[in-house]
Design a protein around this ligand. Structure first.
Ligand SMILES: Cc1ncc(COP(=O)(O)O)c(C=O)c1O
Length: 463
């Protein structure tokens, strides 16, 4: 307890810690317990990119070569003077960041997803997390009551951010195997509006849903767009896993931004296709908003002002480093980001196969007892016990670590408060299994993951 109160601020409150943070905090002690029993630790919990595909050594060499290439191109006359690019990299930059990064990114991303992306509508963010914060912050600033529409379950980082402001309430929508249930989406919009709240957007992760462990069908995306068009609401599309896709090229669903860029605020992150450390992200939108004096303005302008009250100056070095990823080993501008994703996709597809195969061979004989999602993208599958007397609560998850060495994340905390009041059992028969992380590489990675899923199946069968 603190002896002195340096400030009385009864309006401030402590927010609950997110489920993934809680697990990370509890892990050292649980690992100690497991190790004390001679158990190997099986990682099916963390959502971190795999170390095999996030060793920055190769990238650092490529970045250095790209910078040399840029310097020779931009200041060819005087190779001994300090290159302009280097000066710029350590100077204040604009809230929009260097224009060349946005131009290269817009050309490539637009080509990959089949729409014309305008560099002037791209705003750099601190990863996708920064994009979520920026958009929430814009709508919260006037202080009015806000309803945030999202899925049940939804991304823990969004719940944590959405709950920060006093005037916000989450209105969640349950999902079936194709996406949010449309009738419930409509009734949540109506209910929020009847309570006088502004409904600015519907936040979702249509590809490789975290924690849902699946991707929305094309049909459902179309239906969602129709609802959003009818009610004049934006879609906040969080897209960290679009390139971590396991679908055939012709089968890949289109992101909302490619279907209707004027209805969407799209969040790209460099964290999964590249590296999470440099915190690179871009927000893209062609949406407009009618504001206080009935003027219709591009949302981008409002977001840019909001952004300058927050980050103001981006890190130009990190953005130029990201630009190097948009060039191949011959320093030619890339035509697609799929080649950057290739190595990651290969590792994660193998991991996914191991998990899917392990679950099928270990538990596939009991479809009446268990089921799991088959992810078309991303890092996660949701495992379900059909026997609802099994409660996948904190005690259950602790038991899995301390008795079996298996780390998983319970699902119940991914359900917003209103989903839990609709169904107090929400998430309590589900676990999120992730297949992105092991401590080992190559054959050892494959072996560790097989052992992990086999240990999981044994533990489940022992209940
Ligand atoms: C759905 C979702 N959104 C956002 C993030 C955070 O991404 P970033 O590192 O770009 O902030 C994650 C990371 O796990 C995620 O799964």
């Amino acid at each position: 307890m603190y002896k002195t109160k340096s400030l009385v601020a009864s309006s401030l409150k402590k927010e609950p810690v997110s489920v993934t943070r809680k697990m990370a905090a509890a892990l050292p002690e649980l690992r100690r317990l497991a190790a004390g029993k001679g158990l190997k630790i099986h990682h099916l919990g963390a959502g971190y990119p795999h170390p095999e595909v996030t060793d920055p050594s190769g990238f650092l060499i490529h970045k250095t070569q790209y910078f040399k290439h840029l310097d020779a191109k931009l200041s060819p006359q005087d190779p001994d003077s300090t290159p302009e690019r280097l000066r710029e990299s350590y100077a204040y930059t604009d809230t929009l960041g260097p224009v060349s990064v946005r131009k290269h990114f817009a050309r490539i991303y637009g080509a990959d997803w089949g729409f014309s992306m305008q560099p002037e509508n791209l705003i750099p963010t601190i990863g996708a997390s920064g994009g979520i914060n920026l958009v929430c912050s814009l709508f919260e600033r006037p202080g009015i009551e806000i309803a945030y529409l999202t899925d049940a379950p939804t991304y823990a980082g969004f719940i944590a951010r959405a709950q920060l402001a006093n005037q916000t309430t989450i209105y969640s929508v349950d999902m079936d195997s194709e996406g949010p249930i449309i009738e419930q989406l409509i009734s949540q919009i109506k209910s929020a509006r009847s309570q006088g709240k502004l409904v600015p957007f519907y936040y979702t992760i249509p590809d490789g849903h975290n924690p849902g462990g699946f991707s929305f069908s094309q049909k459902r995306r179309q239906e969602i767009l129709e609802v959003m068009d009818t009610y004049g609401i934006l879609i906040l599309e969080d897209a960290p896993y679009v390139y971590i896709s396991y679908a055939e090229e012709t089968e890949r669903p289109k992101p909302f931004v490619a279907l209707e860029p004027s209805r969407t605020i799209h969040l790209f992150t460099g964290s999964k296709i590249g590296f999470p450390g440099p915190r690179i992200g871009f927000l893209y939108t062609e949406a407009c908003a009618e504001i206080s004096d009935k003027e219709v303005v591009p949302l981008r302008d409002l977001l840019l002002t909001e952004s300058s009250s927050d980050i103001l100056f981006h890190n130009p070095e990190a953005l130029y480093a990201f630009e190097s990823m948009l060039h191949d080993e011959n320093m030619k501008p890339r035509q697609s980001l799929w080649s950057v994703a290739k190595q990651k996709q290969t590792v994660y597809s193998e991991n996914r196969e191991i998990i899917m195969e392990g679950l099928s061979s270990g538990l596939g004989k009991f479809p009446e007892r268990y089921s799991w999602t088959v992810p078309q993208a991303g890092f996660f599958t949701v495992f379900r016990f059909h026997n609802t007397s099994i409660k996948t609560n904190d005690d259950f998850v602790r038991w899995l670590v301390s008795e079996h060495g298996i780390v998983v994340i319970p699902m119940f905390d991914f359900y917003p408060k209103d989903a839990k009041s609709r169904n107090p059992q929400a998430g309590l028969s589900e676990l999120r299994l992730s297949f992105c992380f092991t401590e080992s590489f190559g054959d050892n990675r494959r072996r560790d993951l097989s052992e992990a899923i086999s240990a999981f199946c044994d533990a489940v069968l022992s209940i």
